[in-house]
Write a protein that binds this ligand. Sequence first.
Ligand code: NOJ
Ligand code: CA
Length: 700
Amino acid sequence: MINDAIIRAALRMRLATALCAAAVAALAFVGAAMAASVASPDGRIVVTVGVEEGRAYYAVAYDGAPLIAPSRLGLVFEDQHGFDRHLRIAETAASSRDETWEQPWGERRFVRDHHNELAVAFEATEGPARRMTVRFRVFDDGVGFRYEAPRQRNLKRVNIIDELTEFATPEDSTAWSIPSRGWNRYEYLYDAGPVGDIEIAHTPMTLKTAAGIYLSLHEAALVDYSAMSLKQQRPGRFKADLAPWSDGVLVRTETPFRSPWRTLHIADKATGLLNSDLVINLNEPNKLGDVSWVEPGKYVGIWWAMHIRDRSWGRDTIHGATTQETRRYIDFAAEHGFKGVLVEGWNIGWDGDWYNHGSLFSFTDAYPDFDLEALGAYAMERGVRLIGHHETSGDVANYEAQLEGALDLYEQVGVRAIKTGYVADGGLIERVDENGVRKYEWHDGQFMVDHHLRVIREAAARKISINPHEPVKDTGLRRTYPNWVTREGARGQEYNAWGQPPNPPEHTAILPFTRMLSGPMDFTPGIFDLEPNKRPPLREDMVRHDPQSRVETTLAKQLALYVVLYSPLQMAADLPENYEKRPEAFQFILDVPADWEESVALNGEIGDYVTFARKERGGEDWYIGSLTDENARTLSVPLEFLDADKTYIAEIYRDGADADWKTNPYPIAIEAREVTRETVLTLPLAPGGGAAARLRPAGK
Ligand code: NOJ
Ligand code: CA
């Protein structure tokens, strides 16, 4: 057992370290063991790193009480000595940073990176000489640490066959998680319940401890490594479980290498998780140089029509991606100021069950009724751009073989953003190995982590941004590659067209505290016809989806999603005709920006409700989005974030009288009133409801 005295000694050091920003680390000898510690700038989080009986561990305390009990660190290699035992601390190095950096686009323009760092170099006491550093960064909002193996004589090529990292969380927590290694990738409903019920979970996995502390485990900067899931070993004690290659190896690498950062968001309020930049702060700065061609914005598209069976992806009398239909969407986009028009089903390969025939996709040959060149030009004449679409059905071999030509073609017709897709039952991806043999790999294994970055780099070379669906999870790489604008990676709106069950009202009250901690999501909000499957089929030989599949929100909540669920590409997902029927509510979608100067979560509890305020990038207007689960509630929202000495007009879109997602989802009250920073807005939210508001300076 690890000596409690080490932890206590480290806690006593907290005061000393908080007093002196530079001297953040201290080495303590307790018996034969050795430990070092580092505190957050505000002193509330203290990380202790040590060796006990030759095994490396870390522990985290928050406000003087243990939060993460001593948890193992280490890596195990195939056919050679790794860093699992016989270790000692060779040296430690402490440093601090307090810098502010600017995002080209994002939830906020300026991000403060304020942390204390402790790098602990471990060396082997038996076997061939070898060294590895574990680098800790401790922020006021959490902790990141990663493994770094330098180039060294006795370690060159390395196959990692186990990562020993543990997170010994409090046993009596409630957890919000989705299962890992399931056939449906990240597209599961979140389970909320005792942490002990979890077997293996994706990250971010979020906990609320019995003491009321919020903790979320994730990773940052997942590059050339396999994604980490969390497998419960004993109650509360999770171990890193990396997605294996098809031959069982977890990560193939060579020194020097670095693991992704293992991250712990820590907060005393649920909103503390949301008002955190931990993940992007742990990523490398922009590597693409000038990225002014990456354009946040809103888009419409030939998309929902397929999901609700009005149109087809493949050849049919109801084919969606025709030249004529695309022109209709381009005209609608131009008329209303949308920047993009997504078109799915334009290329050969969609006939039949496309999700099982990825090898049939051509990414350059259009169906005969779709004129790509003409439509690209038509769109640009109207100040709009086509948004490209590459569905692979998981056949990455087929996609990679065509990738460069496919990107070249889109570049030529003026496309600046492409949605990619990796629908594949089982979550397994096809590749062809060096010997021409087909292999199946996990959607979040090292092969796909590398594939996604390959696409990002090739696309960047052509000034194209990427929005992958069925992606690998976000780990903040948008900082390093700002053309990796958004992605799916959770159950999105599409489940409300055909999901059994569809997304329940609490789903979007859980996402901000789980999936969204990783980064932006292309959820595709804005459905105005909330029960599309109640309509009769278009043709006798067709059937609608079960009407149980419907949008389980009020109309006002669809508007709230534009502010709550951040994405720099934000879709207005419904059909043009459904927007034309409700011009007053549609006005909010037209007004709301997709890029922000500042963002702040004002209130929230996981799975219950949440409110965000965001200020438009380069402007004066603020926007509010507030939503609830299946329970009605009234939220008070103080407008303290507004400028003093300014009066604002608040245009409020809230649930109308007797609104209820289930029985009466459409009533919406739209009103304008004067507010100042002294105002406390009262927002009554219906069951499954929400509210949205635009606050603009009066007289503007
Ligand atoms: C799944 C995506 O999430 C969805 O948006 C897309 O329409 C289909 N795949 C087809 O590519
Ligand atoms: Ca999907």
